[in-house]
Design a binder for this molecule. Structure first.
Ligand SMILES: [Fe+2]
Length: 179
């Protein structure tokens, strides 16, 4: 009986998925590791990646962004996540609306749905499922480095194009393609 009682909380604790707050906390702690951040190879022509071990079985990445680099509009399907700028500054354009998951190809966004955030070093955000955004380094001369974590790992990435208020689903990718 005592064995059962002591084993049970440990099992449930290890099975609990990481929360958005825990993913953001991981990103913050990782971004403070200056040796790790400095170890990321940087390429003036494009983004660079190093895979990290995220908390609770999450998928984590260190990403380098040369000036002008951006992701384009996308979401992470059913994964939640967090990211935080470790160096330089990133800008996030996001939609405040939660979009229908499936069954549409183009969607007309209502006015006022756009949100803009500037994330200088040390600032980040977490997000829930179906969060639609694009992330950019708008600097003309400074590289940015950021830490990202997603759970569940290996999220699908849905890519969108956007013309004015019209969002069009272009393709569904896995992160292997996305790199
Ligand atoms: Fe993203």
């Amino acid at each position: 009986m005592s064995v059962f009682l002591s084993a049970s909380p440990a099992l449930s604790a290890s099975a609990a998925p990481p929360t958005q707050a825990e993913l953001l906390d991981f990103a913050r702690r990782t971004a403070a590791d200056t040796a790790l951040i400095a170890s990321l190879p940087l390429d003036p022509e494009g983004r660079t990646w190093v895979r990290l071990e995220g908390p609770g079985g999450s998928e984590a990445w260190l990403i380098g962004w040369p000036p002008g680099a951006g992701t384009g509009w996308h979401d992470h399907a059913d994964s939640v996540g967090a990211f935080l700028t470790a160096r330089g500054e990133l800008k996030e354009n996001a939609l405040a609306a939660r979009l229908p998951t499936d069954g549409w190809k183009t969607l007309e966004l209502s006015e006022g749905v756009d949100r803009e955030r500037r994330l200088p070093a040390g600032r980040g955000r977490s997000f829930g499922r179906h969060h639609v955004h694009e992330v950019l380094n708008e600097s003309l001369d400074e590289h940015a480095v950021s830490v990202h974590a997603y759970y569940p790992p290996l999220p699908r990435i849905r890519r969108y194009s956007r013309t004015g208020q019209v969002l069009r689903l272009e393709q569904v990718e896995r992160p292997e393609d996305w790199q």
